[in-house]
Design a protein around this ligand. Structure first.
Ligand code: GLC
Length: 670
């Protein structure tokens, strides 16, 4: 139990009173002054002509007044607590009653989310929230990575990962997916989503390529806008079905050398502005609630900058130029891990906060990861910094104001904190038929037809063999960030609702037999071979990574290096008519000439998630192929990285300078 010097509950009761006062008059605390001209039902506020987001409204004024009133009651220790996001397993409800942290989170698959049913998770999070509001009068924002649906909750709708959503080219669909995801979060009491990743992916060797929408600023800007609108209920954060979205990772992590996770970028400011910044401009225009700086380092003008400590991007650009008014949330212990320090010190806390970090995601704990009490060290760094004058008190006030502003925009204080808790009506929508239909539609629209000799669409009256374990694995078709952080090919329908590709083909009426290893196939038979990548997340998915969970074989951007590649060659050797369906988080190089010369059709299915039936719909022609590539597909490994609109100081080649296999925007139709 951390002794943070909060004495008893007297202070917290005072805080509660201040919070109550801030909501007792009017919605958010400013007494309605009868002398004010009637501004009409909507407060007479303006809406942004481009985004339609309400801006500078009376609501904003009311919220700012409520925030200021609350800030004025807070001690330095309480401000430091609001700037803290603790990990669930390190923050028991008993501590939260007096600790008054601003947020609690769990990393991928960690307690209480992994293997939790909606009801058990809601109970766990409501218990935390009750401690926070009873003890401190300020609700916590509970945060998770719901990056393709709230996919770590058993029974949730698992949507295609972003690379597939980018291929749909359908922002309205992506917005609807954001909306559904937000509802499946609020149903269990999750208020903050560490999503979307809007990195512009310039090197598919990065293990996080599938979390982005594609290789251009345009597709990421378009889809970031769509999903943020969905997650944030069109900009009305007070909607019970809205979550605070987090645009990540700021900025340029899709362009590291060799696509290395936690790597280094070396392009100049012009490239940052031309390629990597535009999606964040769109996110800020839509009043995204939070922005997560990246772990990586940026070499500019001969100096190396930690993005977590970079005042130029975090303050001068993000605040000074773009006018971001939400909070900047560090990545997982990024403050402590920068420059290899591996613990929170007064110095790295000072560097982070003065550069612009408003809240730290703290997982380091004396009992497990890191071996030190990260929360105590982080908070001590803030208190010491302000006390010693190395951190301006105004900077801490600004950080806390940004955090409280989002909590007020979410209307978490009114009606006895009702919206701070799980919402049973929205919980009923978790895995609902409507959400599952939306996921099926998304799968259909995400598929990209790369080759077709005429074998597609399949006939439901003709016998078809389906080969390859990926055809029968919910875990493989869902990829990372599903059930837990890394995902797994072992995860089945007891954890991920929906159906596999083979089940989908059977359900739509195909005459299908399953031959998992592709053995004994008769010449001339029609075989759908489903192979691809094993599930992975972050650095564990880097090309030939031996990171964290060294996977065997290590992830690879070469198709022939995938597990079960032998199923394809067995079918080809048997003289079958092969439809190759690739399950992957990125384009894979066809490094075996037979892939192009001997197959009858090739489909990029990305990571479709819950609805394998969406693949069946399109293979049988019940739905059209409409997906288009959002990545240039290299013809050989040595072309990587290869992108459209290559900048002079980017690593790699321009797509127009080499003979790529498929161009950006390519996709056949029936
Ligand atoms: C990870 C990721 C970040 C994620 C966070 C919490 O390290 O970099 O995208 O939101 O930690 O899981």
């Amino acid at each position: 139990m951390r002794d943070m010097g909060f004495r008893g509950n007297s202070r917290c009761a005072f805080m509660l009173l201040a919070a109550w006062a801030a909501t007792a008059c009017g919605d958010d605390g400013v007494k309605n002054d009868p002398s004010e001209a009637d501004a009409g039902p909507d407060g007479g506020g303006e809406t942004d002509s481009e985004t339609g987001i309400p801006v500078d409204t009376e609501e904003d004024a009311r919220i700012e007044a409520a925030v200021d009133a609350m800030l004025a009651t807070m001690t330095l220790e309480q401000k430091a607590a609001q700037m803290t996001e603790g990990q669930y397993e390190d923050v028991p409800a008993s501590e939260l009653r007096t600790a008054c942290y601003g947020s609690v989170f769990n990393g991928g698959g960690e307690a209480p989310i992994g293997n939790a049913t909606p009801d058990t998770l809601a109970n766990s999070l409501d218990a935390l929230q009750a401690a926070a509001v009873d003890g401190c009068g300020i609700p916590i924002l509970y945060g998770v990575d719901a990056v393709h649906g709230n996919a770590q909750v058993t029974g949730a709708t698992v949507f295609p990962h972003n690379i597939g959503l980018g291929a749909t080219g359908d922002p309205a669909l992506v917005e609807a997916i954001g909306r559904a995801t937000a509802k499946e979060c609020r149903g269990v009491g999750i208020l903050l989503n560490f999503s979307p990743q809007i990195s512009v992916i310039r090197d598919e060797r990065w293990g996080r390529s599938y979390e982005g929408f594609g290789e251009t600023p345009e597709i990421n800007r378009q889809m970031a806008s769509a999903v943020i609108r969905g997650l944030q209920a069109g900009g009305d954060l007070s909607d019970p079905g809205a979550v605070a979205a987090t645009a990540k990772h700021f900025v340029g992590d899709g362009g590291t050398l060799d696509g290395a996770n936690l790597g280094t970028t070396a392009f100049g400011m012009e490239t940052l502005r031309a390629i990597h910044l535009p999606p964040f401009e769109a996110a800020v225009d839509l009043r995204v609630s939070s922005i997560m700086p990246s772990y990586h380092q940026w070499i500019r003008d001969g100096q190396t900058y930690e993005m977590t400590f970079d005042m130029l991007t975090l303050n001068d650009i993000l605040i000074g130029e773009l006018g971001f008014d939400g909070f900047r949330l560090s990545d997982y212990d990024a403050v402590a891990r920068a420059e290899g320090v591996e613990r929170y010190t007064d110095e790295n806390v000072r560097q982070a906060i003065t550069a612009g970090i408003d809240m730290s995601m703290v997982a380091m704990d004396s009992s497990d990861w890191g071996g030190t009490d990260g929360i105590a060290d982080w908070m001590a760094g803030i208190v010491n910094g302000v006390t010693q004058g190395t951190i301006p008190a105004e900077r801490v006030d600004d950080a806390v104001r940004r955090i409280l502003r989002i909590k007020h925009r979410m209307d978490l204080f009114s009606n006895d904190f009702q919206k701070a808790f799980s919402n049973p009506a929205l919980r009923a929508e978790i895995g609902s038929a409507a959400h599952m239909d939306l996921a099926r539609q998304a799968v259909q629209k995400s598929l990209v037809l790369l080759e077709n000799s005429g074998v597609l669409p399949l006939s439901k009256t003709e016998p078809v063999i389906v080969a390859g374990p990926w055809a029968g694995s919910m875990g493989c078709q869902s990829g990372g960030w599903t059930v837990d952080w890394q995902g797994s090919h072992t995860y089945g329908k007891n954890k991920i609702i929906g159906e596999t590709i083979i089940e989908g083909m059977q359900q739509v009426g195909g005459s299908v037999t399953y031959n998992q290893d592709g053995s004994g196939i008769a010449a001339g038979s029609t075989v759908v071979v489903v192979i691809g990548e094993i599930p992975y997340a972050e650095g564990a998915g880097d090309h030939h990574s031996n990171d964290y969970f060294a996977k065997s074989p290590p992830p690879s951007v070469l198709l022939s290096e995938q597990q079960e590649y032998g199923v394809l060659t067995a079918a080809l050797d048997a003289g079958a008519q092969v439809v190759l369906v690739i399950i992957s988080g990125r384009p894979l190089v066809f490094d075996d000439p037979r892939i192009l010369t001997d197959t009858a059709a090739i489909v990029a299915a990305w990571l479709p998630g819950s609805r394998g039936i969406g693949v069946a719909d399109v293979l049988y022609g019940d739905a059209p192929f409409s997906g288009k590539l959002t990545h240039t597909w290299p013809r050989s490994y040595d072309q990587i990285p290869v992108n459209v609109n290559q900048q002079p100081d980017e690593d790699g080649v321009d797509a127009t300078a080499v003979d790529v296999l498929y161009e950006y925007g390519y996709g056949l139709t029936y």
